[in-house]
Design a binder for this molecule. Structure first.
Ligand SMILES: NC(=O)c1ccc[n+]([C@@H]2O[C@H](COP(=O)([O-])OP(=O)(O)OC[C@H]3O[C@@H](n4cnc5c(N)ncnc54)[C@H](OP(=O)(O)O)[C@@H]3O)[C@@H](O)[C@H]2O)c1
Length: 275
């Protein structure tokens, strides 16, 4: 039998659980009636851990709502969900993923949802470096490396957070730097300055909050705005968004949600399909 050919290709990072898994589900459910439906859709459910990723794909295939909607290829539907390993905190993993996408889809992909993220307990230099490494630098690397592979008319959604809001715990001069960032280097410099201020235990006096997660998401919002502006100036037709998932708490917030996949509205999917 000839291998299936796909008209559209989507990638979701950190998709083995929580919001990422819900996005995969909602992509499969929303795609058939979307104006972007052009035929069979391949969704890469990516995860840093192979067994967790493969278990999530199994969950998707056993999902009664997807079965009822006949959304998946196994029921004659449009969507195929496939696991691909990807650790966004590991540059080698990002390079391997990017190369693999280029080889499998030389004409490019259509939708990238950079959802993977983490929040740690406590606040010290290690927490700052680890959190920025994943949430900020990992999302930035995925954006920069995959953007050239997103086809004309495609969608890129970076998942940030309301926690990235520049509130009263930032000094006015730091807020100004975030809001006035002209290029990615300006935002990188903010992340470097924050890290250095924490290393010297001067973050409070310099006007930074004692919150690595919040700063990582403020940085994600800032670099996404910069890149979206740059892309527009280059005449790119890729729609770039950054969003906060409005949702009940998940494991990420160290809380228990009775049924996170079904309780949650899919704002990122709405952003990527219904601009
Ligand atoms: N839940 C909320 O209320 C809320 C609010 C605002 C923003 N957000 C954002 O929404 C996104 C999803 O959050 P969630 O609540 O679904 O969190 P979650 O349940 O903890 O899921 C996070 C996902 O990201 C993955 N991940 C973590 N580090 C990774 C890495 N280095 N490489 C690849 N994947 C990695 C996790 O994989 P493992 O299972 O291997 O750890 C997991 O699949 C995050 O960016 C988060 O900051 C969430």
């Amino acid at each position: 039998m000839a291998p299936p050919s796909f008209s559209r290709v989507a990638v979701v990072t950190g998709a083995n659980k929580g919001i990422g898994l819900a996005i995969v589900r909602q992509l499969a459910l929303a795609y058939p009636s979307s104006s972007l439906n052009k035929g069979p859709l391949l969704i890469y459910l990516t995860a840093r851990d192979q067994s967790r990723g493969e278990a999530a794909v199994k969950d998707i295939h056993n999902d009664p709502q997807l079965a009822k909607a006949q959304a998946l290829d196994s029921y004659g539907g449009l969507s195929t969900v496939k696991f691909h390993k990807l650790d966004i905190a590991n540059p080698n993993s990002i390079d391997a993923f990017t190369a693999s996408m280029k080889e499998a889809h030389p004409d490019g992909i259509d939708f990238l949802i950079n959802n993977a993220g983490m929040a740690m307990n406590g606040f010290d230099l290690n927490v700052v470096k680890t959190t920025l490494g994943c949430n900020y630098y990992g999302t930035l690397a995925m954006t920069e490396k995959m953007l050239p592979q997103i086809r004309d008319g495609g969608r890129l959604v970076n998942v940030a957070s309301m926690n990235g809001h520049l509130g009263s715990n930032y000094s006015n001069s730091i807020k100004k730097r975030f809001l006035g960032a002209k290029n990615v280097e300006d935002v990188n410099k903010l992340m470097e300055d924050f890290t250095e201020a924490v290393a010297k235990n001067e973050y409070k006096s310099q006007g930074w909050p004692g919150a690595a997660y919040a700063v990582s998401k403020a940085g994600t919002i800032a670099f996404t705005k910069v890149i979206a502006r740059e892309q527009k100036m280059k005449g790119s037709n890729v729609l770039i968004n950054v969003c906060c998932p409005v949702s009940p708490p998940t494991a990420h917030k160290r809380n228990i949600c009775s049924d996170p996949l079904r309780d949650r509205r899919p704002p990122k999917v709405a952003l990527s399909f219904f601009p």
